[in-house]
Write a protein that binds this ligand. Structure first.
Ligand SMILES: Nc1nc2c(ncn2[C@@H]2O[C@H](COP(=O)(O)OP(=O)(O)OP(=O)(O)O)[C@@H](O)[C@H]2O)c(=O)[nH]1
Ligand SMILES: [Mg+2]
Length: 461
């Protein structure tokens, strides 16, 4: 259950836009005194009783508490409960920059508002039932998204996709509990108790749904952070050039001197059209070396290789590619794609076509699209879109809660099938599973089980 913070009755204020030079800034007030405070600054005209027209932007000259003109604003009022927070909200759209927003904020505080805590507007929205916890998290994800895939996922979660899915799962647990409760309360009914197999089968089906949702965790991690793609190979193989070419910008230093890259360099490659984001890593060339700094760089490469989802084993000749394949083999669990780099040079001197590597030239751009398609294929295989309604798990809190629910349900299935425990004791596992799911959504109800008994069964049957 969401609990009240001290100060939840306060009217809060914050600058909702990022600080710094910008065309527009938004100062937002929420709480019982939002409208009077805004009125005190002249947001609704000079007349004390001037009408507030909800949801209509109105131009106003804002004055500080001493009556000095401080801004020319566009003011919009939202009357509760039709607002983001479920309280009265006033949004003051003013000029951006370093001075205006701060000045208006200070005036709001002088007129009786309190500075908002981080996330307090959304917290109030949850508290007032405007959204659940999962949607509140989606708001944060939307703001923090670094890739289109993550932004898309956050939007779907904000729209209630995950909430609906978890509510459905919770309802299935409640249904199971209801079946058992019926069995316990009315064991001598004429029709006999509910067949244990029916409960066992329903529990197994529910367990499968929970497993399916948990199976989306690897994909969720890739959507959130990108699939880790490590570029490995001997010094001077053209790794940094490939890295830059894939990114479409010069991020890593490229020189003809072997051993140029000393440390791993990361960049996020985000593409439109629903492709998984890629976390590309350029590494120090793999070789035996006495140079201390280079050695450290190679150790870093090793660590990346261990975590990679995809490894590009580079070499500028078939022999080099083979050697890299060999070298990375023991250091990674990832799918390794052989990549023949500097293909333009090889092609110019050798007539034979190569078939078992992806051939690329950072110089001409040849083969890059093909390589990206290979990478996408491999990443997709490592994290299939297993969810039938594309609801995926991207947060650790969700993974932990669902794992608890899954484990409890598995425990229930096992004791139920073996008949090892009396029904009321076995049902404790269901209760814990339900609590775990309810906690994710942010609502924990109690009387629901009994309600269900009387809704799904009528007395006397
Ligand atoms: N012709 C041609 N030259 C390339 C290509 N890719 C890289 N080179 C050249 O090869 C040399 C080495 O390139 P890098 O990208 O620095 O190689 P690296 O594997 O990162 O090297 P280290 O960081 O030293 O391990 C540079 O002189 C590049 O200009 C290519 O596709 N075609
Ligand atoms: Mg390099």
């Amino acid at each position: 259950m969401t609990t009240l913070l001290p100060g939840d009755d306060d009217t809060i204020v914050a600058i909702a836009t990022a600080p710094g030079r910008g065309a527009v800034a938004l100062v937002r007030l929420s709480g019982a005194r939002a409208i009077p405070i805004a009125r005190a600054l002249g947001a609704f005209g000079r007349l004390a009783g001037a009408d507030v027209v909800p949801r209509r932007a109105q131009r106003a000259t804002l004055r500080d508490t001493a009556g000095v003109v401080m801004e020319d604003a566009l003011v919009t009022a939202f009357v509760k409960p039709q607002s983001y927070t479920g309280e009265d909200v006033v949004e003051l759209a003013i000029h951006g920059g370093l001075v205006s927003p701060q000045r208006v904020l200070t005036a709001c505080v002088a007129a009786g508002a309190r500075l908002a805590q981080p996330g307090e507007f959304t917290r109030r929205a949850v508290l007032n039932g405007r959204m659940d916890l999962l949607q509140a998290e989606a708001v944060a994800d939307l703001v923090d998204a670094r890739t289109q895939a993550m932004q898309q996922q956050a939007l779907a979660q904000l729209d209630g996709g995950l909430s609906r899915r978890l509510l459905a799962l919770r309802d299935e647990v409640i249904h199971l509990e209801a079946l058992i409760a019926y069995d316990i309360d009315f064991p001598d009914e004429d029709d006999g108790p509910i067949a244990p197999a029916r409960i066992g089968n329903a529990a197994r089906a529910l367990l499968a749904s929970l497993e399916a949702l948990l199976d989306t965790v690897p994909r969720g991690a890739m959507v959130r952070d990108g699939a880790l793609v490590v570029i490995a190979g001997p010094p001077n193989a053209g790794k940094s050039s490939l890295f830059n070419a894939l990114l479409g910008e010069s991020r890593a230093i490229v020189t003809a001197v072997p051993g140029t890259t000393r440390d791993a360099i990361e960049a996020l490659l985000d593409r439109p059209g629903g492709a998984l984001p890629l976390r590309l890593v350029d590494t120090a060339g793999l070789r035996d070396t006495d140079d201390e700094v280079e050695k450290l760089g190679i150790e870093v490469s090793g660590r990346y290789l261990a975590q990679a989802q995809v490894v590009l084993a580079c070499g500028a000749s078939p022999d080099d590619v083979a050697r890299t394949m060999e070298a990375v083999h023991d250091r990674t669990m990832a799918t390794v794609i052989p990549v023949h780099t500097k293909w333009d040079l090889w092609e110019a001197e050798h007539a034979t076509a190569q078939v078992d590597s992806v051939m690329v030239s950072a110089e001409s751009g040849a083969g890059l699209t093909d390589l990206l398609a290979h990478i996408d294929d491999t990443a997709q295989r490592g994290a299939p879109d297993s969810s039938h309604d594309s609801v995926i798990i991207t947060r650790e809190r969700h993974r932990v809660g669902l794992t608890t629910a899954r484990d409890e349900l598995a425990e229930f299935v096992s004791v139920w099938i073996s008949g090892a425990l009396p029904a009321p004791v076995a049902a404790v596992h269901l209760h814990t599973a339900r609590e775990a799911i309810a906690e994710l959504i942010g609502s924990v109800e109690t009387e629901e089980v009994l309600d269900r008994v009387f809704r799904d069964f009528c007395i006397g049957k």
